[in-house]
Design a binder for this molecule. Structure first.
Ligand SMILES: Nc1ncnc2c1ncn2[C@@H]1O[C@H](COP(=O)(O)OP(=O)(O)O)[C@@H](O)[C@H]1O
Ligand SMILES: [Mg+2]
Length: 260
């Protein structure tokens, strides 16, 4: 097998709680992400999904274990990790600077990475790719809808043409039609740019639409993994069954965003 794009081995993160006890937020996780694949990470609230996402992108340090990006430890080549990855978070409003125009926000990774070329043109291109109009470049976040703001966040996450996008609940704050549009956008970016996506979500409808493979987390561990269709159709682990049972009918469920 060729080298995975991203691989984690024995990844663990303990938090020291105020009383002094240790919380094993992530325990001994092994994970490989292949170039161009869409992998979903599901699990109930508190199962360690966000902790895993942060560790994969070096936004937090593991207590034990390691992560390699393109075959090299992420701690030894931060620039390669920054240049090769992007992240989209749940709340598009919180993740955008209210005082910055869209143009400035989206160009930020280009400046930080000193990407050569015409940044104005690269920003215009990526705005078009995510379904925004050229004039949106001049807007401030408060002038945009929630869906448009999440498109801006995605534009910023992919403007430097990373190979991997990590989304931590990227559609949870959006209503159902906007969610569908963002799903379509992620799928298109995957197909046209060969972008690999790690999609953290507790929205099984979304996961079913988007991800070929899924890992299920419970209490900081991966308890089940496999092709999305078979895992969701025939869940083996108690906690996967509970997740699937919580969704009355896959895929359509208009109340997901509100219920979760
Ligand atoms: N900074 C922190 N300090 C203490 N405990 C934390 C911290 N971050 C996360 N945790 C705990 O680790 C566990 C996993 O959290 P998280 O990764 O956010 O789960 P998820 O994203 O699946 O909801 C939870 O029990 C959470 O309370
Ligand atoms: Mg989370």
């Amino acid at each position: 097998m060729s080298t995975p794009l991203l691989s984690a081995r024995g990844l663990s993160r303990d938090y020291r709680l105020p009383g002094g006890a240790l919380k094993h937020a992530l325990a001994d996780v092994d994970l490989d992400v292949a170039a161009g694949e869409i992998l979903a990470v599901i699990g109930e609230s508190g199962s360690g999904k966000s902790t895993l996402a942060r560790l994969l992108l070096d936004l937090d340090r593991p207590t034990r274990g390691r992560v390699e990006f393109q075959g090299r430890p992420i701690s030894t080549d931060r620039r390669a990790l920054r240049a090769g990855t992007g992240i989209v978070l749940q709340d598009p409003y919180a993740s955008l600077d209210p005082r910055m125009r869209v143009r400035t926000t989206v160009a930020e990774p280009l400046r930080a990475l000193r990407v050569p070329g015409d940044h104005r043109r690269l920003v215009a291109e990526v705005l078009e790719r995510v379904g925004l109009r050229p004039e949106h470049a001049e807007c401030y976040p408060h002038e945009l809808s929630g869906g448009q703001r999440q498109r801006v966040a995605i534009a910023r996450a992919v403007v430097h043409r990373p190979r991997l996008l990590v989304g931590d609940e990227p559609t949870s704050a959006l209503d159902v039609t906007v969610r569908a549009a963002i799903v379509a956008l992620l799928r298109e970016l995957n197909a046209t740019l060969g972008l690999a996506v790690v999609l953290v979500s507790h929205d099984l409808g979304l996961v079913q639409h988007l991800a070929a493979r899924v890992v299920v987390m419970h209490d900081g561990r991966i308890v089940e993994s496999g092709p999305t269709a078979s895992v969701l159709a025939d869940p083996q682990h108690t906690h996967t069954r509970a997740l699937v049972a919580a969704v009355p009918r896959l895929p359509a469920r208009s109340t997901d965003a509100a219920a979760l």
